[in-house]
Design a protein around this ligand. Structure first.
Ligand code: SAH
Ligand code: AVI
Length: 342
């Protein structure tokens, strides 16, 4: 993967002046160009699908942040409970000096609990957030530099499945890779093993992965978390069609699709779909493509796998990591596991 740095941003947020040397935003090639081809492939397939990392344009990221505030979406609140109560232990387990990489960093709101504890031990920490949403990286980077006066941020905009192959090594620093929020659950098991194996290959023995994983629980808790009565998750899902309209000249009537989410207990995953309310043909100008939908036909947009201790252990074993330590919440709904590269 090629990284290029079109500009080392000089941040001008109000408050403490930030030197240019504390922030860089690097772009991993290819992200934008893939959208058109991935939409063509997904909507031309016999069972239609769209890939979940395309949820996160600026509107989609804002909707995800709103999801995190929902009473039904226990995921963020539960991981926050674990991180707030155990951050000191976690920072001790990471050791010093480290370099902190984060996959799918988003707003980095929960990361702050760890940053507080880590920067007390190592104020000039280098933090490397990796995310597909450049606007979020810019915004969260600016905010973090205001809050942590010696922190250095090297943000990478790109697909973490590619970026993990190019994590640069720093002498004498243990690399600790955060993958919070159960985003691993949005990859199918084979893709998760492939990505974590690639990550392992770019790390040195003894480097660490700190993974947040949502645990299996009752359907009565899971389904409302992905189909909330306010319709925020529905908006997050439908925004994929809005994004195709905005970026690819799509002619979707978004209101003619509905959100559907359900838990498949056998596969241990939530599935999200967009279901056409009517038979219709939708054109996408930039692709010169017409897509036919029958009434009730669905586009599969996301899986969200739920784990247990055994599935986490086998995921790590298959990817070249060893689970060293597990932290969980009072209800055992979520786990953060510290794994070392074998
Ligand atoms: N880590 C945060 C955000 C989770 S939302 C939390 O725990 O709350 C998932 C984040 O991962 C979003 O910011 C999204 O833009 C990013 N993301 C999803 N798939 C990605 C991919 N393939 N490559 C890079 N970033 C991705
Ligand atoms: C980012 N990811 C872990 C979320 C999840 O719970 O699978 C995405 C999401 N989809 C619907 N609500 C939230």
């Amino acid at each position: 993967m090629q990284l290029y740095n079109p500009a080392v941003e000089s941040l001008s947020a109000a408050g403490r002046p930030i030197t240019r040397s504390r922030f860089a935003l690097l772009h991993a090639g290819g992200v934008g160009n893939d959208f058109a081809e991935d939409v063509r492939r997904g909507l031309s397939a016999p069972s239609k699908f769209l890939l979940p990392h395309y949820f996160y344009d600026p509107l989609g990221s804002a909707l995800f942040d709103a999801i995190c505030e929902l009473p039904e979406y226990y995921v963020t609140r539960t991981e926050t409970e674990i991180l707030t109560s155990r951050a000191e232990e976690m920072a001790n387990a990471f050791g010093t000096p480290i370099r902190l990489v984060e996959l799918g960093s988003g707003s980095a709101r929960k990361t702050r609990f760890l940053l507080d504890a880590i920067t007390r031990r190592q104020p000039d920490l280098e933090y490397v957030p990796i995310d597909v949403d450049a606007s979020m990286l810019q915004k969260s980077g600016e905010a973090l530099l205001q809050e942590y006066e010696s922190l250095r941020v090297t943000a990478i905009c790109g697909d973490f499945r590619e970026a993990v192959r190019a994590i640069p090594h720093r002498d004498r620093h243990r690399t600790v890779v955060l993958f919070l929020g159960s985003t691993i659950g949005n990859l199918d098991p084979d893709a998760a093993v492939a990505m974590l194996s690639d990550l392992r290959s770019s790390l040195a023995a003894g480097d660490a992965l700190f993974l947040g994983a949502d645990l299996r629980k009752s359907r009565d808790v899971l389904e409302p978390a992905y189909d909330d009565p306010l319709g925020v998750t529905a908006a997050f899902n439908l925004n994929l069609l809005g994004r195709i309209n905005r970026e690819l000249g799509g002619r979707f009537d978004v209101a003619s699709f509905r959100h559907r989410a359900f838990y498949d207990q056998t596969l241990g995953r939530i599935e999200m779909h967009l279901v056409s309310r009517i038979a219709q043909r939708v054109s996408i100008d930039a692709l010169q493509l017409d897509v036919e939908f029958s009434a009730g036909e669905s586009i599969h947009t996301e899986n969200s796998y739920k784990h247990d201790e055994a599935s986490l252990k086998s995921l790590m074993d298959a990817s070249g990591f060893t689970v060293e330590r597990t932290w969980t919440d009072s209800r055992h709904w979520f786990a953060d596991v510290l794994c070392s590269a074998r």
